[in-house]
Design a protein around this ligand. Sequence first.
Ligand SMILES: *Cc1c(COP(=O)(O)O)cnc(C)c1O
Length: 474
Amino acid sequence: MEPAAVDLSEDTLQAVWEMVGKLAESYRSEIGNMRISPAMDPAPIRDDLRAFDFVSSRPWRDVLRWVDAEMRKNQLHAGHPGYFGLFNPAPVPIGIAADALTAAYNPQLAAWSHSPFAVELEQHLIRNFAQRFGYSADSAGGTFCTGGAEANHTALLCSLTTQFPAFSEKGVRELDGDPVLYVSEHAHHSWVKAARACGLGTEAVRTVAVDGRHRMDVNRLTRLIQDDRRRGARPCLVCGTAGTTNAGLIDPLNGLADVCADEGIWYHVDAAWGGAACMVPEYREWLAGIERASSITFDAHKFLSIPMGAGVFLTRLPSALGQTFRISTSYMPRDAAGLDVIDPYTHSLQWSRRFIGLKIFLPLAVAGWDGYADVIRKQTELGQHLRRLLEADAWKCVNDTPLPVICFVDPGKDAPGYLEKIAEVVVASGRAWISPAQLDRPVLRACITNFRSSEEDLCTLVECLKDARSKLSC
Ligand SMILES: *Cc1c(COP(=O)(O)O)cnc(C)c1O
């Protein structure tokens, strides 16, 4: 019998796997010689794509080769060791393999009864991560998500559901005041989206001013909450960020915990990137107080270098998840009724869901916490080293964090757009990648995101910066 059009013969399949493995491996081994950033021109890509009208069929080998060439040419190679950009790591090889295996088995993570192993593995990981953050492994819970944005959205929903009994059925319109949430001006903008998606509107996101070290000002938070209550609003959530996207800043997590305890407000800590500090025993204290949070966002696809998307939502109050997401239907399987297990779809925004846990489990099982701690330590130390190299070249570092993201300026050079131009020249070199950012003034931002970055790559970056500076001064 001929295989179906979407299927392949066994011989062909062998050849496909061999080719995909070779392509992935040569991409990894050659990435360091590639230009990091692609050309900013959609026209040639669209021209190439026009050849695909999907009327005639094509040989798989040609299509795979073509896709590989396009991705090499038209992608920012965040896995390049000279990429000092946003929190986009090089993916760990065993995690890539795990993701391929996940696609092959394609377990359905909606109902426990369809994937007992996968669901139990994820719950085991949730307990382990919970413990790392200082929660009790026995009583904490959580769910895997696409990423930090979904985890933050989950936190907001849990806070609304648990604090306003009418919210689940009647929605925000039935509440006796407008729910509001509090973030610092450096918090991630996924809160704005979450506020929209929850029907709160973006004005519900109250921005709390920061102190002299760019951290949320606890006194101002208290005052803002009291003012809001006075005018009839209903404070529902405070988010402290542990490692801001711009500058790696850590809000005063214990101070915020005190306010939330006094005010009876859901306390969330967004540790999407910086949460990795909890995986290194001697860095744990940087995030002291995180264990007091009602819930935590952590992204394994950032500092742990897991292929996207691998978000983790953890909570000390796991009944909130069921309260928020449980729905009973006639069609979802009941084979596991009566067992002490969790159907993931009753604890998550998602319904049909990919097995996210395996690509985290495999690398963690192979490297162990100690292996990961070494990697996080090495990257953090490289961050310190980069600070020193920059200062030695008369750049000034202006953010106060032990985490490996450095915001810096060129003292005395305040012309508008100057630092943006420096970043442009560095990026145009193709050898290093940094970005402009905003703290209380424009800054340049460099983050150690890649476990393969070395001191030599830092030297290349500093060289590129020096070239850019001299190019712009003449
Ligand atoms: C990256 C990030 C997010 C968003 O996470 P995604 O995985 O991109 O959805 C939220 N908060 C912080 C602090 C982040 O760094």
